[in-house]
Write a protein that binds this ligand. Structure first.
Ligand code: ACO
Length: 401
């Protein structure tokens, strides 16, 4: 290879790194993770401690602004979000245009983008004050849109939230309140949801976050960047794995519960089947989030008195895989999505909404990463390539081809 053809624009050498396995795209002060040791920290605080002691809104504030909020900062943040919770009524017409069968992630991504038309001031944001306004707007409206996508599928009226409730309580009520039925608050359910959202809140430069940063680097605006991030998260190799895991566990159950058969399929290189919820680009020891979620899944099912055979299949599958040489050699462990779906199911959340729940959790992380990228005035993201196509050719007229 002629080294000159690889010369990068900044004078360095263009490297080829498919999937960016070894390429850092930015410097970031938000999330630290050590895949070998299984450590995850937001702004220096361990994920274990945050999941135990903080609530989701506090964690959102921490990620976005860098410090845990004081009581008055948190109250103001909460108040500012509540004041922005109205979604333009015309947005309902856009939602109405989707078939009921549309996947909620496609709908959510479209609605997030459509929000720009109703909030044009949120696009061209440069100052920290403009950024703050755009941030509280999306934190306020996103749960409404998420709840609407679920209610539309169930032909339920599209309601707004109850601003007397906390962020997570309000989200739950918007999703589950039924006309002419009393809505029963449930602390156990709120706590489980809160924990799940915290565990998903950021994960440094993963596929969707890198998408948010790269789209934002063209100054396309926060909502457009988030909409692209939602699409990236949708894929089964990323956030969509939580839906794929439950579908896989259901299929194994329907097939007689023979986990060994599916382990063999996952190992067979001529079979495209992968064990969903297994493996991670960065964690090569264990996923600390999976550890917390596994415990939480057992607690939630126990407390709600639910016996889910799918949890037993999941545990059986994990046990066999963790002892199998194929998985040991490749350092494939259960990831966050392996157990999260089991909790979502226990909370009555439909399978096709699982990745939406992930997006709700990841929202503050995406926002924090976008804000950091803009404040650091990062250049437009524009990777290079090594050209491997045809060399110079003469055009051949249509009649001569
Ligand atoms: N089942 C079977 N084999 C697997 C699996 C799996 N789930 N994951 C990886 N492997 C194998 C690959 O076939 C490959 O084997 P080889 O070396 O013999 O060719 C080796 O392990 C390395 O896999 P890669 O695909 O190169 O690893 P990569 O880092 O690119 O992919 C990923 C990571 C996408 C998470 C992958 O492990 C996977 O597809 N897992 C299943 C989907 C999933 O659970 N995604 C959620 C990730 S967590 C999240 O996004 C929140």
């Amino acid at each position: 290879i002629d080294i000159k053809t690889l010369r990068g624009v900044t004078g360095g050498i263009t490297t080829i790194d498919p999937g960016y396995k070894n390429t850092g795209s930015c410097e970031s002060g938000i999330t630290f993770l050590d895949g070998e040791k299984g450590i995850l920290r937001y702004r220096g605080y361990s994920i274990e401690e945050l999941a135990e002691k903080a609530d989701f809104l506090e964690v959102a504030y921490l990620l976005i602004f860098g410090e845990l909020p004081t009581k008055s900062e948190l109250e103001k943040f909460d108040r500012d979000i509540k004041e922005e919770s109205h979604v333009d009524e015309d947005m309902k017409k856009i939602l109405d245009g989707f078939p009921k069968s549309a996947h909620p992630m496609g709908v959510l991504s479209s609605l997030t983008n459509a929000l720009i038309a109703f909030n044009p001031g949120s696009v061209d944001v440069d100052s920290e004050e403009e950024m703050y306004n755009a941030i509280v707007k999306i934190l306020a409206k996103f749960p409404v849109l998420a709840a609407w996508t679920m209610r539309k599928r169930k032909s339920l009226p599209l309601d707004y939230g109850d601003n007397s409730l906390g962020y997570v309580e309000n989200l739950h009520k918007m999703m589950f309140a039924r006309p002419n039925k009393s809505y029963e608050p449930n602390k156990l359910v709120y706590d489980a949801l809160d924990k799940l959202l915290i565990l998903h809140a950021d994960h440094e430069q993963n596929c969707s976050t890198s998408t948010v940063r790269i789209v934002g680097s063209s100054h396309a605006g926060l909502f457009a960047s988030l909409s692209a991030g939602i699409s990236a998260l949708w894929g089964p190799l990323h956030g969509g794995a939580n839906q794929a895991v439950i579908e896989m566990l259901e299929a194994i159950k329907a097939d007689g519960g023979d986990t060994a058969k599916y382990i063999a399929k996952a190992k067979d290189k001529s079979d495209p089947f992968r064990l969903m919820g297994f493996g991670h680009r960065v964690y090569k020891n264990f996923d600390p989030r999976a550890k917390i979620i596994k415990k939480s899944a057992e607690e939630v099912l126990g407390d709600l008195g639910i016996e889910d055979p799918v949890l037993d299949i999941a545990k059986g599958l994990a046990k066999v895989a963790l002892e199998d040489e194929y998985f040991v050699q490749r350092k494939l462990y259960p990831n966050v999505d392996f157990y999260s779906g089991i909790i979502y199911r226990a909370l009555g959340i439909p399978t096709e909404m699982f990745t939406v729940m992930f997006a709700l959790g990841r929202l503050p992380g995406w926002i924090a990463q976008w804000k950091e990228m803009r404040l650091r005035k990062e250049p437009i993201g524009r990777p290079r390539q090594i050209y491997i196509g045809e060399n110079s050719r003469s055009f051949v007229e249509l009649e001569n081809r």
